[in-house]
Design a protein around this ligand. Sequence first.
Ligand SMILES: [Zn+2]
Length: 82
Amino acid sequence: MKHLYCDICKKEVVDPITDRTYFHIREYDLCETCKDDLDYAVKYSVRDKKPFDFLWFDKLRVELIQDGLKKNRIPVARPANR
Ligand SMILES: [Zn+2]
């Protein structure tokens, strides 16, 4: 059986199913929880950016992942007024 570890939280992904329980983005493997955090972080950053451009979208995603590698979690910037 193949063992797969999330690159962000370093936890083992049990029974990895591509795009369901783990996600491969560029050269990184993300578990479902970290992928959710990444989507959330990207969503809040994207709000202020117009027009949409896949180049910065991709760059932003990779930057968040690389930040997450160091912190063992995706830094989710929630709005301050909540
Ligand atoms: Zn993870």
